[in-house]
Design a protein around this ligand. Structure first.
Ligand SMILES: C[S@@+](CC[C@H](N)C(=O)[O-])C[C@H]1O[C@@H](n2cnc3c(N)ncnc32)[C@H](O)[C@@H]1O
Length: 163
């Protein structure tokens, strides 16, 4: 029996790859710098997991995305941000950091949301400035955070200051 896949968002599709955690989300049209890709709705609170996104300062502040956006990979030179900075969760959204061409993987800098990740990994983003092991912002300097992420959710610099 074949399992059919129906994208959760019309302008994006998951490229399913064999191999552990090898799949990723890519665009079906071009996007301009600063454009909102999606508002993050249908989120559910959850314990920290490889698939969760941190949404506040505490270790219990995590959400599951419940959409294809769970397939957004990390890059050390990302093209989008997950902005969960508003006090109003209905304003949480994903936006571009640069123009993105049709068919491109969408990537964000995981330490821009995650302080201490549930599942660290050796990065395969392939960029010139790749940091190697990705474990969360706790393991980075402020300079690395700013240079690679270009933007971070507010709890990340707060936690860095209190390190
Ligand atoms: C939320 S999943 C992202 C989707 C994942 N690629 C998949 O196929 O399910 C996060 C996991 O994907 C993998 N991943 C994401 N970005 C990566 C990267 N740049 N290099 C290596 N693995 C990555 C890691 O295993 C990470 O824990």
């Amino acid at each position: 029996m074949s399992v059919s896949y129906s994208p959760s968002h019309p302008d994006f599709v998951v490229e399913f790859k064999s191999g552990e955690f090898a799949s990723f989300l890519k665009t079906c049209r071009s996007f301009a710098q600063g454009e909102t890709l999606t508002v993050l709705s249908n989120l559910t609170r959850c314990p920290k997991a490889y698939s969760s996104v941190q949404c506040g300062r505490g270790p219990e502040d995590n959400v599951e995305l419940n959409s294809d956006f769970v397939f957004v990979n990390h890059s050390c030179e990302p093209n989008i941000v997950f902005d969960l900075s508003s006090a109003d969760p209905s304003e949480w959204h994903v936006r571009t950091l640069k123009d993105i061409e049709v068919g491109s993987p969408v990537t964000f800098f995981y330490p821009s949301t995650e302080w201490d990740m549930d599942q660290a990994f050796d990065c395969r983003c392939g960029t010139k400035s790749c940091l190697g092991r990705i474990q969360g912002a706790k393991y980075l300097t402020v300079e690395e955070l700013l240079r690679h992420g270009r933007w971070a959710n507010p709890w990340i610099p707060e936690l860095m200051e209190s390190k």
